[in-house]
Design a protein around this ligand. Structure first.
Ligand code: HEM
Length: 193
């Protein structure tokens, strides 16, 4: 939400999409999500730039050699997903919040999309121990963000929200928790039908 509030053009584009897909008389529902591609891309971009779990851990069950290095059995490996998802070799303008990078139109092929999921998009980890809750997570976060964008304007103190982060025990959060005032966009509450 903080990235959306910092980027008024993104907020505007999200509202245009929601208004055209959902209309102005009812709330977003889970069944709308497949048609809200820009909302999906925005949530994905938020989790790229600010992954809740920035490091993914693995333990080698057997010893092996990788790139000439001998790795003993039971070695712990820490994969820095945060750094990989901000690496300029992997992403164009890596520090910019650009949801459109995840729209199919900006990818050269479906093959790129698959490669992206497996190798450089690590918000939900990867491989057989990757997050099994990924689909539920997307549905929940997209619905929550979509409804907040649909129903409220957001007032903040100052011009921009400070996006500095702080590491907790395995998770990442805002160093300065988001403070904002919600202003309902419509006097008529939207229904869920
Ligand atoms: C935005 C929400 C979420 C984020 C960012 C997230 C992220 C992650 C990450 C990065 C991992 C480590 C994956 C790896 O080591 O490769 C993980 C593991 C896991 N997540 Fe999630 N997760 C989310 C929501 C959920 C939900 C909704 C559930 C269940 C309903 C869930 C259940 C799990 C479980 C059980 C594991 C351990 C998997 C294993 O070790 O085999 N997560 N998650």
């Amino acid at each position: 939400m903080a990235e959306i509030m910092n980027n008024s053009l993104i907020l505007e584009r999200l509202r245009e999409e929601i208004d055209s897909v959902v209309g102005k008389t009812r709330l977003i529902q889970e069944t709308d999500l497949p048609n809200l591609l820009y909302l999906q891309a925005t949530v994905k971009e938020g989790l790229r730039l600010h992954p809740t779990i920035p490091l993914v851990l693995r333990t080698f069950q057997d010893g092996c050699t990788i790139g000439g290095f001998s790795i003993p059995k039971k070695t712990k490996l820490v994969v820095n997903g945060y750094a990989i998802m901000r690496d300029p070799d992997n992403w164009e303008d890596p520090l910019e919040f650009k949801p459109e990078r995840f729209l199919a139109s900006s990818r050269s092929s479906q093959k790129d999309a698959i490669k992206e999921e497996v190798l450089k998009y690590l918000s939900f980890g990867s491989g057989r121990r990757g997050c099994p809750g990924v689909n539920l997570a997307y549905v929940s976060v997209e619905t929550a963000i979509g409804v907040m964008v649909q129903c409220f304007d957001w007032k903040i103190d100052g011009h921009k929200i400070n996006m500095n982060e702080v590491a907790g025990k395995g998770t990442l959060s805002m160093a300065h928790p988001l403070k904002c005032t919600l202003v309902p966009r419509s006097v008529t509450p939207l229904t869920s039908k």
